[in-house]
Design a binder for this molecule. Structure first.
Ligand SMILES: [Zn+2]
Length: 150
């Protein structure tokens, strides 16, 4: 999956603004190119800041918009304020879209955020390459955070 530098930064920014809670939303696009970052309200704030559930009305509207534009649901994203960029047991249990990716932004490291993309099918987690496309010339590079995880 490919997303632009701006979209990547938008997702990281959402994660930071949601602190101490988790941010969540959808990535919509065509083929393997993300066209839009769609933030959704996390309605499941809890004291330990662990957990997320997207507002169902907002999610419905987002799905309508995706249909109207002829896009596809490419990924469901959320953030991990204090844990690694890897799906939690709960994330795996709640992964309802086998055709979508699950993108996690981790802010656990004080330095650079880590963003990683996964497929979760029947409880099995597989990491995928996330390519960040240069906004200016459209050339892509594998995201260093992804490479660091391997
Ligand atoms: Zn999670």
């Amino acid at each position: 999956m490919k997303l632009s530098r701006t979209q990547y930064e938008e997702m990281v920014d959402l994660a930071r603004r949601a602190l101490p809670h988790e941010a969540c939303g959808l990535l919509a696009g065509v083929g393997d190119i993300v066209r839009e970052v769609m933030p959704l309200t996390n309605v499941e704030h809890n004291p330990v800041g662990c957990g997320w559930r997207a507002d169902s009305r907002e999610q419905l509207r987002a799905f309508e918009r995706i249909d109207e534009r002829g896009w596809e649901l490419m990924a469901v994203f959320h953030s991990h304020p204090r844990s690694a960029a890897y799906p939690s047991e709960r994330d795996v249990e709640h992964a309802l879209y086998p055709d979508a990716r699950y993108v996690i932004t981790s802010l656990a490291d004080e330095g650079e955020p880590v963003v990683a993309s996964f497929r979760i099918v029947a409880g099995r987690v597989t990491q995928e390459v996330l390519t960040i496309i240069n906004d200016v010339d459209g050339s892509g590079a594998e995201h260093p955070s992804y490479l660091a995880l391997n």
